[in-house]
Design a protein around this ligand. Structure first.
Ligand code: XMP
Length: 319
């Protein structure tokens, strides 16, 4: 795509012009946006860039290993992996309010990021994979005032606190354009096509209190669900798909025993930019097969439901 090729060259020129000889730190989440930003900036300024990956223990199965493997090993981008699961999960103990979860995670993220970034001498820029929809930030309902539904910005206020200047090379782009840019930068198609994943991670897919046990159950169910979606060739038709582990246990039968385990909800939506979304019309066969697999393969879940709410009035995530 010649337009994106030209955009890439211009973006690289602008990054070099803005940054000069200074060092840049980039928060890497493993998502498409921060990854594309990191690879773009690395192409522009090489080892003047250091990435910091704050692992909050709320990632999906094998996700941390994949991120580290890709950036440190495949791309040779300097990467600090801060494994802080104990810190985050400890502070989240007993927290069930979604906004308190987000704020707690956001605060700890800033602390850890700041601590790690302080170790990088001479850093004067902070890179973020902010997209245009993040810049707009708030959602306006028909006729009503503009309101912010969820506090999405995990690193809000960070640059000011740290005395860093911002580098945001994706600020003018929508998600599909970021993907095109990632393609232009040679990122693998399987990576570019990954569904969006929220900063607070599994914390907001586990309504109510978070425990390590619940997270383990959720990870396993999510892995089975995504495997099903890939096997049926549906992954690229869907904007986002995930399991939410519901904070309710229900009665079931298994063999000649009674079970009393968690219920979960499958979510899958189509969308253009995440601002509005429709639930994905899976076939009944697919849903039945997936429910059977989850119940058979994931100890701790004995009931599977499918969320057929669109956005609005629902949001994509459950919290
Ligand atoms: P909602 O649930 O608001 O989600 O319909 C819209 C898009 O935003 C993602 N999302 C978040 N991303 N921090 C993030 O970085 C958050 O707190 C957050 N909450 C929702 C969601 O996954 C979807 O892609």
């Amino acid at each position: 795509d010649w337009t994106m090729a030209a955009y890439k060259d211009e973006a690289i020129r602008l990054i070099r012009e803005q940054v000069g000889d200074a060092r840049v730190i980039c928060g890497l989440s493993g998502g498409v946006d921060s990854s594309v930003a990191a690879v773009l900036i690395h192409e522009a300024i090489g080892d003047q860039l250091t990435c910091v990956f704050v692992d909050h223990g709320l990632l999906r199965q094998n996700e941390a290993e994949e991120v580290v493997g890709m950036f440190r090993d495949a791309y040779n981008i300097p990467l600090i992996h801060a494994d802080e699961a104990d810190l985050f999960l400890g502070e989240l103990e007993g927290v069930s309010d979604p906004e308190v979860k987000r704020k707690t995670i956001g605060r700890l993220f800033i602390d850890v990021f700041q601590r790690e970034a302080n170790k990088i001498e001479g850093a004067s820029f902070l890179a973020q994979g902010t997209l245009y929809p993040d810049v707009i930030e708030s959602v306006s309902f028909s006729g009503g005032p503009s309101v912010t539904i969820k506090s999405h910005h995990n690193v809000g206020g960070l640059p000011e606190k740290m005395g860093l200047k911002l580098v945001e090379p994706l600020r003018e782009l929508f998600k599909d354009e970021v993907r095109a840019l990632g393609h232009e930068l040679g990122l693998p198609a399987s990576f570019i096509g990954r569904h969006p994943f929220p900063g607070p991670g599994l914390a907001i897919r586990c309504p109510g209190e978070i425990t390590r046990d619940k997270l383990e159950i959720l990870r396993k169910a999510d892995a089975v669900y995504i495997d099903q979606i890939r096997k049926h060739g549906l992954y690229d038709e869907i904007w986002q798909a995930f399991v939410a582990l519901l904070p309710v246990r229900t009665v079931g039968v298994m063999g000649d025993g009674r079970t009393y385990d968690y219920a979960c909800a499958l979510r899958a939506v189509t969308s253009v930019d995440g601002m509005t979304a429709d639930y994905y019309p899976f076939s009944h066969d697919f849903l039945g097969e997936t429910a059977t697999r989850i119940i058979n393969e994931v100890r701790g879940i004995n009931r599977v439901t499918y969320d057929i709410t669109s956005k609005p009035p629902g949001t994509i995530e459950w919290e």
